[in-house]
Design a protein around this ligand. Structure first.
Ligand code: NIG
Ligand code: FE
Length: 423
């Protein structure tokens, strides 16, 4: 006897090959028409057609004929825990002051560092909870959370501890990344190497307390060079961490190539990735995490060359880059719209990029981002007629219900208009 049986017009089943999908594989997406998914003890115990499911008994049956069921989405790059906000920078952006200029003048990331240092651990937790709840309502059940708004030992640890507590108490599974190398703080101005050593000296306690699995660095003009980033990440790797990089986000410095060379789990942003970089992504295991919301919000015309990457055979994932400066949004569905319109990705590629590939980009490919019997039941019911509809209809939240480990966590009262669009 199942606990719950969900019948849906379409069930999205991203393929789990034990690794991220690459190149043309990204355009393959298994869809079960008139499908059914069964849940027992928090785990998926049946996937098939509604017809096959007629032989099953369930304590509760949800008839969502004409709607879409998918795995919980995975958001693999966020700066979830921070103090304050930066709406005061909007006017500067409108006047055309560049992002790196605001940073160089002590604003941008530095302004959030100040606010985060001044915010108590409890208040950061409450604020993180607020954002996390919103992510959940948009269909995300697993996501990454970076530190990087402390730039000193005490505050970096405070952020990481908040993320750990959020992971323990909130339905969303959080994967933590240490981004102490996010900017150079005032007291280390002109001494980037000394600052990086200071951040590396934290790896012992981070690993002892289980505060992060990954280490990341902002490789950018005026922040850290490719060479500094390489040395830093190699040391983090030797200390047992998976490594990630903010690369070629604003200026094309060659961080993409370096990430592939050192075996980074992911290279993120990649707007200015060179031809060589794109080629190397196609030949390496490094996953390209693209963040078109950031390009949009920074007001740039040129987006990451997603099509070239997929043609070269790369594995592409998508993410919000949720943060208070360059991408203040928890809405991964809007990122799916931007991926369609600005990155020219197909609906199939987009779904794979926010499920299976996103999960592999944060080391969770074996548990998240796909539907398989025996996996925990992280599911989203969408108030849309088919999977192509989500990247198409933008600016609204299409999620009707979310289950985490088989438990209904969003949509208990069915607040959404409960009518079915025709296919
Ligand atoms: O991914 N570029 C560096 N880090 C973030 C932005 C952080 C901020 O502006 O607060 C990013 O864009
Ligand atoms: Fe980021």
């Amino acid at each position: 006897m199942l606990d719950t049986l969900i019948l849906a017009g379409q069930v999205v089943v991203p393929e789990s090959k034990g690794r991220a999908l690459r190149g043309t594989e990204m355009n393959e997406l298994k869809i079960i028409d008139n499908g059914a998914v069964g849940i027992k003890d928090g785990v998926i115990s049946f996937i098939g057609t509604a017809e096959e499911a007629t032989k099953l008994q369930a304590a509760e049956t949800i008839d969502a004929a004409g709607k879409l069921l998918s795995p919980g989405l995975v958001d693999p790059h966020t700066h979830l825990v921070f103090g304050g906000s930066r709406e005061h920078e909007l006017a500067l952006k409108q006047q055309g002051v560049p992002y790196l200029e605001i940073l160089a003048q002590g604003g941008g990331i530095h302004s959030t560092v100040k606010a985060t240092r001044e915010t108590s651990e409890d208040a950061l937790y409450e604020k993180g909870l607020f954002h996390l709840n919103r992510c959940l309502t948009y269909g995300v059940t697993t996501m990454e959370a970076k530190s990087g708004y402390g730039l000193d030992k005490e505050t970096e640890l405070k952020q990481l501890r908040v993320a750990k507590k959020l992971n323990e108490t909130h339905p969303i599974d959080l994967v933590s990344t240490f981004l102490g190398a996010h900017a150079i703080p005032e007291n280390y101005k002109g001494r980037p190497d000394a600052f990086l050593e200071e951040m590396l000296s934290m790896l012992g306690v981070i690993s002892k307390e289980g505060l992060a699995e990954f280490v990341d660095i902002f490789c950018e003009t005026g922040v850290f060079t490719v060479e500094q980033s390489k040395v830093f990440l190699q040391k983090a790797k030797t200390a047992g961490f998976g490594v990630k990089i903010h690369a070629d986000e604003i200026d094309p410095l060659g961080g993409t190539e370096m990430a592939c060379e050192i075996g980074a789990v992911s290279a993120d942003h990649l707007v200015g990735a060179s031809r060589d970089g794109v080629q190397m992504l196609g030949e390496s295991e490094t996953i390209a995490v693209l963040l078109p919301g950031t390009t949009f919000y920074l007001g740039k015309d040129q987006f990451a060359p997603a099509r070239d990457m997929i043609t070269s055979g790369a594995a592409v994932a998508l993410s919000t880059d949720f943060n208070p400066g360059s991408s203040p949004t928890e809405n991964l569905q809007f990122i799916m719209n931007l991926a369609a319109l600005k990155l020219k990705m197909t609906p199939e590629e987009i779904w794979n990029a926010v499920t299976v590939n996103a999960a592999f980009a944060i080391g969770r490919g074996d548990v998240a981002g796909s539907l398989e019997e025996g996996r925990k039941a992280d599911l989203v019911l969408w108030d849309v007629p088919n999977y192509k509809y989500v990247p198409y209809h933008y600016g609204v939240n299409h999620v009707q219900k979310v289950w985490k480990n088989g438990k209904l966590v969003v949509g208990k009262g069915d607040v959404h208009a409960n009518y079915t669009l025709s296919t």
